[in-house]
Write a protein that binds this ligand. Structure first.
Ligand code: HPA
Length: 274
């Protein structure tokens, strides 16, 4: 099999041909329930993941599996509706392939969105929160295995995974809209089971504000390749044990749909400025 570097270049080429865009500037991964955002954009090219060699076909509800290319301000934006998760059985190479392709296609910034459980002080369902940092509790590294120096260094600095300038731009965009945008540390759990209340107490004791089943591998791969990263969580529910209610995926999808308008307004304001 051809090596990862060549496969990324090959898929980036297909993306360029199918979208008619030689380069993209910003990549946005749309998390659970947020995949409808591209519907708001009239002028865009769409490429199904199945036409992009190496892109995994997502199985999770609310993850369509389509890449969209659109002009937003000065930025050519690649919107990825649908992502692969570790809990679906995908290995890190598959989970990170789409984001790695986007960076290969020129993206200097990667925006990762997700649905998450809220466990931070004072946080509530419906909150949007910028990811300040993360803790990897999934027991998986996106960078394990042989390293190709053409893609990135063997040892990646994780000091500022979530680029301070992009976080500031997100807060500025929210402030212009009069939106409340929180910020906190995201804890990655493997899933697909939701966390136990004891796991949530662990996350809280270690300073966690959001818990979820994605984002960390893509953020790590993007940093490995030198791209800037912004992470935004939509808190769809209070994390396990905080309220008396049991958790369900339907609740996640419904809460994401309820917040979609606010999320979309933030993106309309933010994406052209990145
Ligand atoms: N835990 C993990 N992932 C999630 C949650 C949660 O409570 N809500 C939405 N995604």
């Amino acid at each position: 099999m051809t090596d990862l570097f060549e496969r990324l270049r090959g898929t980036a080429r297909v993306l360029a041909e199918r979208t008619g865009c030689e380069r993209h500037d910003v990549c946005v991964v749309l998390g659970s329930g947020l995949g409808g955002y591209p519907d708001r954009i009239a002028d865009k090219a769409a490429v199904p993941y199945r036409d992009l060699p190496g892109f995994p076909i997502p199985t999770a509800v609310g993850h369509a599996g389509t890449a969209y290319s659109a002009q937003m301000g000065d930025n050519r934006v690649l919107l990825l509706s649908g992502r692969a998760h570790a809990y679906e059985g995908h290995d890190p190479g598959a989970i990170t392939f789409a984001v790695r392709t986007a960076v290969t296609a020129g993206c200097r910034a990667v925006v990762l969105t997700n649905a998450a459980g809220a466990c931070g002080e004072g946080m509530a369902a419906g909150d949007l929160a910028v990811i300040a940092d993360h803790v990897n509790l999934a027991g998986i590294s996106a960078l394990a295995g042989p390293n190709d120096e053409r893609i990135g260094p063997r040892f990646t600095d994780m000091t500022d995974v979530y680029t301070p300038e992009l976080r500031a731009k997100a807060h500025a965009a929210a402030a212009r809209l009069g939106q409340t945008l929180r910020e906190g540390v995201y804890f990655w759990f493997h899933g697909p089971m939701f966390e136990t209340p004891a796991e949530i107490r662990l996350a809280q004791a270690l300073g966690g504000s959001m818990v979820g089943m994605s984002t960390v591998p893509e953020a790590t791969a993007a940093r490995h390749m030198g791209a800037q990263v912004l992470g935004i969580s939509l808190c769809t529910n209070l994390a396990a044990g905080i309220s008396d209610l049991p958790l369900s995926h339907n609740e996640v999808i419904e809460a994401a749909a309820a917040a979609a308008e606010r999320f979309s307004a933030l993106f309309d304001e933010l994406l052209p400025t990145l």
